[in-house]
Write a protein that binds this ligand. Structure first.
Ligand code: CO
Length: 208
């Protein structure tokens, strides 16, 4: 990889952005008020803003392996806190993707070192939905379904936070689960029934 090329690209990008809009960067520097918090996978093929056609300033982005919303991960928890409480985003999106290496690894029996505790949470999703997943005979289809169920569980993990519960009550914050299909480039809304899911768990997780 030629790193010089990156700086050359950057100069071209600046020129393109300023073309017809000289104040592009000075306006950008004034502040951000993104309407969306996007939580996605680190996978190099799932480029958050590019595949959504979003411009700088439009999405607050957090990415980690397998788009996890892990309760003890200070990174994702502080991102959620800041996005909801301070930036007042209207939407939180958890976006998974088919072909996710993290989800695949969690379906296999292997010691992956520090990845073990991280991917253990994907294994927990498998256990929670074991009956449904075991009933899918085709392994590829089962893998794709686990990607979707993992997105659903991470949406639930967003809803378990006090920030999300308060913002849903006070200003109708929306939580969405999406999946990106690398093989087609298509972004799919899983149409997760957030209210239904929340109703099922609210007795246990209600904090706001
Ligand atoms: Co992935």
């Amino acid at each position: 990889m030629n790193l010089d090329k990156i700086f050359e690209n950057n100069r071209d990008w600046i020129a393109a952005k300023q073309n017809g809009n000289e104040d592009f960067f000075s306006n950008l520097a004034k502040g951000q008020s993104p309407a969306m918090l996007y939580i996605g996978c680190c996978d190099s093929r799932v480029t958050a803003e590019a595949m959504m056609g979003m411009k700088p300033g439009e999405a607050f982005v957090h990415r980690n392996i397998a788009n996890m919303v892990s309760n003890l991960d200070l990174g994702v928890m502080s991102t959620i806190n800041y996005a909801i409480e301070h930036l007042k985003v209207e939407h939180v999106v958890v976006c998974g993707h088919y072909g996710c290496g993290g989800v695949k690894a969690a379906m296999q029996c292997a010691d992956l070192g520090i990845l073990n505790p991280w991917l253990r949470e994907v294994r927990d999703v498998f256990r929670l939905h074991k009956n449904e997943l075991d009933a899918v005979p085709d392994e590829e289809a089962r893998y794709r379904r686990l990607v979707e169920l993992n997105v659903q569980e991470q949406c639930l993990n967003v809803l378990k936070t006090v920030e999300a519960q308060r913002a849903r009550r006070d200003r109708n914050l929306q939580v969405h689960g999406w999946v990106f299909d690398i093989g087609t480039g298509r972004l799919k809304d899983l149409d997760i029934d957030v209210d239904g899911l929340l109703e099922e768990i609210s007795e246990v997780y209600h904090v706001a």
